[in-house]
Design a protein around this ligand. Structure first.
Ligand code: ADP
Length: 226
């Protein structure tokens, strides 16, 4: 097995036939089971980078490897993503007319688990994030923090090796933000899971094992925690 969960070599991603250069040759690696924070000004290329390392997109040139697999060699990115990567976004994106447990269980549908098995797993995760009393609630009946914790449970339903988060604490108060980050770390302890998050919060970034600072599509700085 590779020692790096993520490896990027001279990654370029341009849009509009090359008119927009979102990433201009970025190289770094993120060791397995570690945490990394991506920081940088708005429009610097952070989301573009997260999409690439989440197998949501392919580079224009350069190499992206996820869990030892070169993206260029993988034809079915959906399958790789579904089985190995969990996502948490700034907004929870829960489906309004489904109870929390069903929202949490949705990413497990393509894996062919029975409904009862999906419910068992989802309820176990909801309990772990402190929402055992809310499993049958619709999202609208839950607070913003509860919805974001449900989104964390949903990201973990398929036991991902890689958890990717885009400003996961951006729309919740600081106490809930702290709970969300603590949940990431507590889950990472009992699964060998690598965590990568985009944040504007320098204090949160400083907790990560590795900070990648992107400025104008380039890696301006990488800092490894001592
Ligand atoms: P950040 O996440 O740091 O705010 P992004 O990765 O979203 O930055 O964007 C980097 C640059 O790429 C910006 O100039 C943005 O406008 C541009 N960009 C992002 N996605 C697209 C797209 N699908 N089409 C065209 N330009 C894009």
């Amino acid at each position: 097995m590779s020692e790096s969960a993520i490896e990027c070599q001279e990654v370029v991603r341009s849009y509009e036939g090359g008119l927009v250069q979102a990433l201009r040759g970025v190289s770094f690696s993120i060791p397995t089971q570690s945490s990394a924070a991506i920081v940088g000004p708005s429009g610097s290329g952070k989301s573009t980078l997260l999409h690439l390392i989440g197998a949501l997109d392919r580079p224009t040139s350069g190499r992206v490897s996820i869990l030892g697999q070169d993206l260029a060699r993988i034809t079915d990115l959906d399958s790789l993503r579904g089985r190995t990567i969990g996502f948490v976004f700034q907004l929870h994106h829960l489906i309004p007319n489904l109870p929390l447990w069903e929202n949490v269980s949705l990413p497990a549908v393509p894996l062919g688990l029975s409904r009862a098995e999906r419910k068992r797993k989802a309820c176990g995760l909801l309990e772990r994030v402190g929402l055992q009393e809310r499993v049958e609630f619709l999202p609208v009946k839950c607070s913003g923090g509860e919805r974001q914790r449900a989104a964390v449970a949903r990201a973990l339903i398929n036991d991902p090796k890689l958890l990717l988060a885009d400003e996961p604490t951006g729309s919740v108060d600081s106490e809930t933000g702290r709970q969300i980050l603590d949940l990431f770390e507590s889950f990472a302890e009992d699964r060998d899971m690598t965590r990568v998050l985009i944040t504007h919060n320098e204090a949160i970034a400083a907790e990560a094992d590795l900070t990648l600072r992107i400025v104008d599509g380039r890696l301006a700085e990488q800092v490894r925690k001592a």
